[in-house]
Design a protein around this ligand. Sequence first.
Ligand SMILES: Cc1cc2nc3c(=O)[nH]c(=O)nc-3n(C[C@H](O)[C@H](O)[C@H](O)COP(=O)(O)O)c2cc1C
Length: 247
Amino acid sequence: MNEIIKSLFARKSVRRYEARPITDEEKNLILQAALQAPTAGNQNLYTILDITDDDLKLSLSKYCDNQPFIAKAPLALVFLADCRRWFDSYQFAGITPRPPEEGDLLLAAADAVIAAQNTVVAAQALGIGSCYIGDILEQEENVRKALNLDEYVFPAAFVVYGYPSKSQIEREKPARPPLSCIVQENRYRRLSENEHLDMFIKKGSIKDNNEFREYISAFYERKYNSDFAGEMNRSAKLYLKHFKDLK
Ligand SMILES: Cc1cc2nc3c(=O)[nH]c(=O)nc-3n(C[C@H](O)[C@H](O)[C@H](O)COP(=O)(O)O)c2cc1C
């Protein structure tokens, strides 16, 4: 198999790291890889925060639903959807720009996440593992203050990196659903109840209908209806409100 495709298939989230540091040269390659990502209008609508302050990393590990492995990661990057940089360029060029709106934010968020994924792929190619931290969306007040976030920037992605521990190398990658459940032709259609059941059976999560109910109920409570999901939604509303307030 092609080496790049092989690497994409081999990647899995890594949450425990060897003491081995990531060198400056490796970090530079990872960051340069971010810049090579496609970006809307070639605008690079993102800013990357390299979290080198250990106290700040520890605070983020707490704000992000208390995940201690974050503080232990040799490299931690926050990808900010940045609607400020171009807004300021316009102003410095003598324009009175309209304030950024929802569409601008979504475009910048896409840019930021695509850049983040390039770093994940580059790290994997160097033998360095990584893990996204979705909980960066929690605790807007604390994260905004800790990272000195501007009203026009939004933490679209947080990724931590490090050489994988032996246990992480040996850990099996979580299964994926079959492609037939994920890819549809031309137009969207909702999956039927049977197709849902089939998807989770094929993914290896359950064996039958009884297990389906049990598995999905437990998942619902653990993820979708969890305290952290509630906090993430509360916090995300505040980020959006800041955008709206400034109009
Ligand atoms: C947007 C996003 C947010 C995530 N947030 C977390 C997180 O906060 N903590 C964590 O341990 N893993 C997190 N993950 C990793 C997922 O749990 C992981 O990608 C998923 O279980 C599939 O496993 P794999 O990456 O090993 O293939 C996140 C992944 C993504 C894409």
